[in-house]
Design a protein around this ligand. Structure first.
Ligand SMILES: *Cc1c(COP(=O)(O)O)cnc(C)c1O
Length: 393
C-alpha cells in the first residue's frame, strides 16, 4: 500500500487538478514548476533563520523563472561555474549577490569571476588558494570542511572539503598569501534527514574558530551549506524542525559571537514545487512463469531521474483517477532508453494498479530539484526534459 497513500498527502487535489488540466495537451514527459511554492519555501526558510543570508544553489534547478523569482525576493546565489555566473549576470543579478562555492576551479575561471566582480570564494586546497592569490587578490574565502555525508540520501561524500587540521593550516597560508579568511563552510550531504549531522559539523567549526582566534585570525562567517530535505516517499520533518535545531546548536557553540550566517539551499527550495508528467510506454512480463510486471515510463535516468541511481531518491508517484478499489501489485519501474542502467526501481517495489494501461499518465511528485539540470541532451535521441511554469491561480 505504502506509496498509495503518502503521495496523496503531498499535493492537494486542487493543485493536482490544475496540473492535469494545464498539461492535458502537452507532450510528455515534462516537468511542471509551481513557482508560488518556490516562493513559499524561500519565505519559510528566511523566517526560520532570521538574519541568515540565503544563497540559492543554482544547480538544483537553474530555470530562469526560478532565478528571477528568487532574485526579486532578495536571494543571493551560490555558483559553480562561469556559465552560471553568465546566466545570473544576464538576469541582472549583481556580482555582490554571488559566491563561487565550487572548490574545483580553473585559474582562468577564477580570473573570470573576479573580473566580473565576484569577491567571495570557497576553497579546500593549497593549489586552489595559490590560484586565488594570483587571480583573485584580497578575495574573501570560505574554507570547506570535509564531512562524509553520513545519513544523507544523496551524500556528496568525500569529494569536497579538507580535514580540520589541514584547513587550519590553509587559513593561515591564505592570510599570508594576501587573501581574506572569512569563514568556514560545510555541506552535510543532500537530502540529509539526520539533524545530528549539523550538530557535529558545527562543533568542528567551533574548534577551527577557536584555534584560529588564538592565532589572531578571527573568522566571521559560517556557511551551513544545503542538505535540508524535501518530501519524498521516506518522510522527513519540515525545514523549521531542522533550522530550529541548527540555531540551537549555534547558540550552544557560539554563545556570544555575532556571526554572518549563510545557508545554501538547493533541493529544499525547489523539489516540492515540481511534478513530472509521464506516460506509460509499455507494460510487459519477461516469461510466462515470471509474475513480475515491468512498467516502462517515458521518463528515466537520462531525461530527469538520475537521482534514482542506487534507488537513493524514491519519488512519490500518483495515478489519478484510480479510486483505490482496484487491485494494485508490485512492479519493476524502468525508463525508456536502451541502457540497462535505465531501471528506476527494482529492489524497492512500487505498487501500481493491475490494469494500468499503456498511454496512461502518471504524476511523479517532488521532482523540482536535480531533474532538468541533470537530463542528457540526446541519449537515444530523447530531448532534455521539457519544463513548463504552472500559470498562477
Ligand atoms: C549542491 C550544493 C548545495 C545545495 O545542496 P542541497 O542539498 O540541494 O540543498 C549547497 N552548497 C553547495 C556548495 C553545493 O554544492
Amino acid at each position: 500500500m505504502g506509496n498509495k497513500s503518502r503521495p496523496n498527502e503531498l499535493i492537494s487535489a486542487d493543485d493536482l487538478a490544475r496540473i492535469v488540466a494545464f498539461t492535458k495537451d502537452k507532450a510528455t514527459p515534462c516537468l511542471v514548476m509551481d513557482l508560488e511554492k518556490v516562493g513559499e519555501r524561500y519565505d519559510e526558510l528566511l523566517q526560520a533563520m532570521p538574519g541568515a543570508r540565503i544563497y540559492y544553489a543554482l544547480k538544483a534547478n537553474p530555470l530562469d523563472d526560478v532565478v528571477a523569482l528568487l532574485r526579486d525576493r532578495g536571494a543571493s546565489f551560490d555558483v559553480a561555474s562561469r556559465f552560471e555566473i553568465d546566466q545570473l549576470l544576464t538576469l541582472n543579478v549583481s556580482p555582490e549577490r554571488m559566491s563561487y562555492g565550487n572548490t574545483i576551479k580553473k585559474e582562468s575561471d577564477i580570473a573570470y569571476a573576479y573580473q566580473k566582480g565576484i569577491r567571495v570564494f570557497t576553497t579546500d586546497s593549497r593549489s586552489d588558494v595559490e590560484k586565488l592569490a594570483r587571480s583573485a587578490p584580497g578575495a574573501l574565502l570560505n574554507f570547506r570542511l570535509l564531512l562524509d555525508g553520513t545519513g544523507a540520501d544523496w551524500p556528496l561524500s568525500k569529494k569536497f572539503g579538507a580535514h580540520p587540521d589541514m584547513l587550519y593550516k590553509l587559513v593561515k597560508f591564505a592570510k599570508k598569501s594576501g587573501l581574506t579568511p572569512y569563514g568556514i563552510s560545510f555541506h552535510v550531504g543532500s537530502q540529509q534527514r539526520d539533524i545530528g549531522q549539523w550538530d557535529s559539523a558545527i562543533a568542528l567549526v567551533k574548534y577551527l574558530f577557536d584555534a584560529l582566534a588564538s592565532d589572531g585570525i578571527n573568522l566571521e562567517s559560517i556557511n551551513l551549506g544545503g542538505g535540508l530535505p524535501a518530501q519524498y516517499l521516506k518522510p522527513a520533518q519540515g525545514v523549521a524542525a531542522y533550522t530550529g535545531s541548527i540555531i540551537q546548536f549555534l547558540n550552544e557553540d557560539f554563545p556570544e559571537r555575532k556571526l554572518a550566517l549563510v545557508v545554501e539551499p538547493g533541493r529544499s527550495l525547489v523539489a516540492d514545487a515540481g511534478v513530472i508528467v509521464s506516460e506509460v510506454v509499455m507494460v510487459s512480463k519477461k516469461s510466462d512463469t515470471n509474475r513480475t510486471r515491468w512498467v516502462y515510463l517515458d521518463v528515466g535516468k537520462f531525461n530527469g531521474l538520475i537521482e534514482t541511481t542506487d534507488e537513493a531518491i524514491k519519488y512519490p508517484i500518483l495515478f489519478p483517477g484510480r479510486d483505490g478499489k482496484e487491485e494494485w501489485s508490485e512492479v519493476v519501474l524502468a525508463g525508456p532508453t536502451c541502457d540497462s542502467a535505465d531501471i528506476l526501481y527494482e529492489n524497492y517495489r512500487y505498487k501500481v494498479p493491475n490494469n494500468l494501461k499503456e498511454g496512461e499518465r502518471v504524476y511523479i511528485l517532488t521532482t523540482g530539484a536535480y531533474t532538468m539540470s541533470y537530463s542528457s541532451i540526446c541519449f537515444n535521441g530523447f530531448p532534455p526534459l521539457a519544463v513548463h511554469v504552472l500559470p498562477p491561480k
